[in-house]
Design a protein around this ligand. Structure first.
Ligand code: CU
Length: 386
């Protein structure tokens, strides 16, 4: 915050009137006038300090992106309201034309080589009812395109930088040199990232361009699922990526300072506040369901829980923590730190609504809330208390 120093320098000049260059008589002969003058000076200093802090904050939030799209100083001082960070109304509902991010996870296509194009694109999208942000994306969505294959498959990904700033990609399912395949590329450039999937798991992928916190916190992440060799048949498979939102002004990138302070405005499943509350995931009672979960952070953990059921199968970070057997054990939550993943399997015993949450409950009120709907449900008009 070097921009604070001029203010302090100004202050010290004013506070030393006995320096010979200024008129000392005023201070001694007119204490009331001096007091008034110093109060006015203090008010002026405080005003300057506040303006300086506001400018510093805007600089942090936009210039670090290197996008050149940030607000200018004059805008910040003359129209603070227009440049304030977007505020999420957790009671608002999305518009009629809103469509949820499809949580369905399609099976791997059976091919042993997967050729995929990934486009880094900066795009203004809606992240909560009435709130848009310039998200940095892979292929235009948050999370980005989901990749899926099995152990032994070859993945050949061509990353195109269609954006305004440098980007890169880092697949946690790969073992490759960071300085080669994960290198940043400039707008208009492309690179080929190739790896053989050697291990099963629910992996994160993300942009690693500095500051990676800003690129991940602003939407550049997704999931790559590498199936373990044995995967039981289920009626439905879904993928839920948990992440945070740190809003910048409407239609602008997220606020890096809030990311650094770990002060998210929202915690979301598949990129949108409470989206499966607005659009419940429909299954039938007694159908076997598998939900893959990846915590893409950048900084929050997840205690993934579904109210009203118990997981009989838990696969986390490459291993089965729980499978049905004679112990008859059940699991209530899949605990994930940022960049960890796995899946859970379960059924719903009766028709009804079953909230999807992270049991770190402060985050439920921040948008980490969805619903499974099992079978037909009579409309009650009430919102679940979870
Ligand atoms: Cu990036």
């Amino acid at each position: 915050m070097s921009d604070l120093h001029p203010v302090n320098d100004d202050g010290s000049t004013i506070a030393e009137p006995d320096d010979g260059e200024v008129t000392p008589s005023r201070q001694r002969r007119d204490p009331v006038g001096w007091t008034m003058w110093s109060i006015a000076a203090i008010i002026g200093i405080v005003a300057l300090l506040m303006a300086s802090i506001a400018l510093g904050r805007k600089d942090n939030g936009s210039s670090s992106s290197g996008s050149g799209s940030g607000s200018g100083a004059s805008t910040a001082t003359t129209q603070p309201a227009a440049n304030a960070d977007a505020v999420i109304d957790f009671n608002a509902k999305p518009g009629a034309d809103w469509k949820p991010y499809d949580p369905t996870l399609k099976p791997a296509d059976g091919a042993t080589e997967h050729k995929i194009e990934m486009h880094a694109i900066e795009k203004v999208i809606e992240v909560a009812p009435g709130v848009t942000q310039e998200m940095w994306t892979f292929n235009g969505t948050v999370p980005g395109t989901t990749l899926r294959g099995k152990v032994g498959d070859l993945f050949t990904i061509t990353l195109f930088n269609d954006g305004k700033i440098e980007h890169s990609i880092d697949f946690h399912a790969s073992k490759v040199a960071w300085n080669v395949e994960m290198r940043s590329i400039k707008p208009g450039e492309s690179l080929v990232y190739q790896f053989k999937a050697k291990y099963a798991g629910a992996f994160m992928y993300h942009c690693g361009t500095a500051p990676a916190l800003h690129h991940i916190g602003n939407g550049m992440y997704g999931a790559i699922v590498i199936d373990p060799p044995v995967l039981a048949p289920v009626a439905h498979e879904y993928l839920i990526v948990q992440s945070e939102l740190y809003t910048g002004p409407m239609g602008q990138p997220g606020d890096l300072t809030k990311m650094q302070k770990q002060q998210p405005d929202a915690v979301v499943f598949n990129g949108y506040v409470s989206q499966y509350k607005f659009s419940p995931i429909r299954v039938e009672p007694n159908e076997r369901v598998r939900v893959w979960v990846v915590d893409d952070g950048p900084s929050e953990n997840s205690s993934f829980h579904i109210v009203g059921t118990i997981f009989d199968t838990v696969f986390k970070e490459g291993t089965y923590d729980l499978q049905p057997d004679s112990r008859n054990g059940g699991s209530q939550a899949l605990d994930l730190q940022p960049a960890q993943g796995g899946f859970v399997e379960f059924t719903f015993d009766a028709a009804g609504l079953y909230p999807i949450v992270t049991h770190k409950f402060a985050n439920v009120g921040k948008g980490a809330l969805g619903l499974f709907q099992a079978g037909e449900v009579a409309a009650t008009g009430s919102t679940p208390s979870h």
